[in-house]
Write a protein that binds this ligand. Structure first.
Ligand code: NAD
Length: 245
């Protein structure tokens, strides 16, 4: 184990209340590409911010769904499984620690892995809801209908992901969880997306120990007490002995 990993193992062994902020890099080892890999999909002359926005959904729901399904094609149809990173966090919770996961991901894999305290800051791809009556519809239903309509009132459904122009849910709760923790662990995020990227800044200011596990350096590295550069799977497998402590 290198020095950084040993330091992280010691911090984890001590921490009783842990907040984890996860990004797209958390799920790449489950086969889901991160943000940048998907950029080739933004096409038709529209930018991502326009195609996946609440204004576009309201103005042209049919064109919105066509673009949305194209952009999220792999994620909508794939049967993805949690990887060793998701499973490690669930095991950390089972070991008796309080673990709150704040995730920017919309794939539902933390919950599937067994984590019970998950705040989905960008919503979920697994359901869509009716803007009129609020009824939820499953991913299977969405995949079977080119233009998914509410089975009750026939209104066009809206994906339960947070679209550009919509408020981020659970944000205050997420900041509180990070600031009340002994340790904030950020995993697989470029920390380019605001306001979520302010969570480690505020936690650090509140005196919470902060660690980043990421393949590549980010513009926010300097706000962390410790940066572990590496893969999430390898890192979590190396940290497994901490679970017994
Ligand atoms: P990002 O794509 O901007 O950054 C991902 C980071 O993770 C990169 O810095 C990369 O080096 C790192 N990384 C990739 N695989 C890794 C691994 N196995 N181990 C360690 N590091 C790894 O992602 P972001 O910061 O989450 O922002 C992207 C936005 O796109 C978010 O808003 C998110 O909601 C959305 N998104 C979600 C998913 C998903 O649900 N799985 C996938 C793609 C994008």
């Amino acid at each position: 184990m290198n020095d950084n990993l040993q330091q992280l193992a010691a911090m984890l062994a001590e921490a009783r209340r842990i907040a984890v902020l996860s990004g797209a890099g958390m799920s790449t080892e489950s086969g889901i590409p991160d943000f940048r890999s998907a950029k080739g999909l933004w096409q038709q002359g529209l930018r991502l911010e326009e195609m996946v926005s609440i204004d576009y959904f309201r103005a042209s729901p049919e064109a919105f769904w066509q673009g949305f399904k194209q952009i999220f094609h792999t994620k909508l149809l794939g049967n993805y499984q949690p990887n060793d990173g998701h499973l490690f966090l669930a095991a950390l919770e089972r070991s008796g620690r309080e673990v709150t996961v704040l995730t920017q991901n919309i794939d539902g894999l933390h919950t599937r892995a067994g984590s019970s305290r998950v705040l989905e800051l960008h919503g979920t791809l697994l359901t869509s809801s009716c803007p009129s009556c609020g009824r939820r519809h499953t991913l299977e239903y969405i995949n079977h209908h080119e233009l998914p309509l509410c089975t009750y009132c026939m209104d066009v459904l809206k994906p339960d992901v947070v679209l550009y122009g919509e408020a981020v849910p659970h944000l205050e709760e997420a900041f509180d969880a990070a600031m009340d923790a002994d340790l904030l662990l950020v995993m697989g995020s470029s920390l380019e997306v605001s306001p979520v990227n302010l969570i480690p800044v505020e936690a650090g200011r509140a005196g919470v120990a902060t660690v980043l596990i990421n393949y590549t350096p980010t513009r926010m590295d300097r706000v962390f007490d410790l940066c572990v550069q590496g893969g999430i799977g390898d890192t979590c497998r190396a940290l497994a002995p901490v679970l017994a402590r």
